[in-house]
Every structure is written in structure tokens, then in C-alpha cells.
Design a binder for this molecule. Structure first.
Ligand code: ZN
Length: 204
């Protein structure tokens, strides 16, 4: 499986990092070795001193597809959760400054913790009107609504599937709202979607 992440999908987050608001989706990938599941800890690596959290809605692809039309994109996923796109901001700044790819800063081991999946059919609200929150040590640090995405989930699926065949089990991280910040050893993160806690992540 592969993990596809959308960058700069909320205008307020693009602004906080002084990035332009994109005209088409920006995306990058993480390998399966980036996954952390079931509340297991993230171990802070030695190669960075500035790893940031980015809480994001994550959808799981449930059928194979290429060149998926936006109007049919909703048929290609049926489960959703929250994830944290962990980013070594110091390495990312260096990659950006040198015009190099981002993988070192974005795709390292453990950089994609995800929560428990829930069925999209169990949601009582539209997929583009979901509230989600991230707390750090009990204090709210990020809150967003999928209504604020620059590119909706169907648009993302349509766009990405022009380049990549989507396969069962692939995950799409759909971008983060504002409020990103650093993690530290000893922190404990919790993320909830529509008030339901889906993800826990201790930092060790
Ligand atoms: Zn992100």
C-alpha cells in the first residue's frame, strides 16, 4: 500500500508557513514503514530537532481505480480516520531551500500515525462538513472543518488518480488546518472527529 499526502490544502495553514495557496493539489508520498497504528508511540529520531504535528483527515481507498471521475470518487473509499503527518520542519526547510525532494523530512519511519477507522456510512454529516481536533497534553492545538479544504476529497481522488493507480488499502492524508507546532518527548496527542476520539499518540 501507499500513503499519499496532500500539502497546503487549507488556506490558513498555507499562510502560516508563508506558502502560496496552490491552484492544483500538491501531493507527496510516504512508504508503509511510516505507519504507526493502535496508539503505539513515536520515537523521536536523532536526525531532527524540530518535528511538527499536522493533524489530518485520512481516507482509505477500497477499490482499484485510475482516472477516477470526481463525481464517482465517493465510491472509492468507505472508511475515514485521523492521522498526524509528522514533519521534520528543519529538514524540510533545508530541502525547500535547495529545491530537493521532501521525503527525508516527511516520509521517515513513524511519520504517519493513524487512528481507528470508522465507516463513512456511520457519519451523520457530509464528508465535507466534519469537525476534527487535535489536543496535546490535554490542551487543544488544532481544530478544523473539512469544509475549509481548498480541494475536496473527491477532487483530490480525481486529481491523484491521473498519476497513480489507487489500490485497496491506500491511504490519503488530506491536508492540515492551521495550528501546527512542535512535538517533544513525553507529549501525548489525541485526535477526535466529530467528538469521537480516534487517535492517540505518545511521543517517546
Ligand atoms: Zn500535511
Amino acid at each position: 500500500m501507499k500513503i499519499i499526502c496532500i500539502g497546503r490544502n487549507y488556506a490558513d495553514h498555507a499562510k502560516e508557513l508563508n506558502n502560496p495557496v496552490p491552484k492544483e493539489p500538491v501531493f507527496f508520498c510516504k512508504p508503509d514503514s511510516a505507519l504507526i497504528q493502535k496508539g503505539k508511540p513515536f520515537f523521536y529520531p536523532e536526525f531532527s530537532n524540530d518535528i511538527h504535528f499536522e493533524c489530518e483527515v485520512v481516507v482509505r481507498i477500497n477499490r482499484i481505480g485510475k482516472h477516477i471521475e470526481e463525481k464517482f470518487a465517493h465510491k472509492y473509499f468507505d472508511e475515514i480516520t485521523l492521522g498526524i503527518d509528522l514533519t521534520a520542519r528543519d529538514l524540510q526547510q533545508d530541502c525547500k531551500a535547495k529545491g530537493l525532494p521532501w521525503e527525508k523530512a516527511k516520509a521517515f519511519d513513524g511519520s504517519a500515525p493513524i487512528g481507528d477507522f470508522i465507516k463513512v456510512s456511520s457519519l451523520s454529516k457530509d464528508i465535507q462538513n466534519l469537525n476534527f481536533e487535535l489536543s496535546k497534553n490535554g490542551g487543544l492545538v488544532q481544530s478544523g472543518n473539512t469544509n475549509d479544504m481548498l480541494f475536496s476529497i473527491p477532487k483530490i481522488i480525481a486529481y491523484v488518480s491521473q498519476f497513480f493507480t489507487l489500490k485497496i488499502g491506500d491511504l490519503i492524508f488530506t491536508g492540515t488546518p492551521k495550528g501546527v507546532g512542535p512535538i517533544a518527548i513525553g507529549d501525548n496527542f489525541e485526535a477526535s472527529l466529530e467528538g469521537k476520539k480516534l487517535l492517540q499518540l505518545p511521543i517517546r
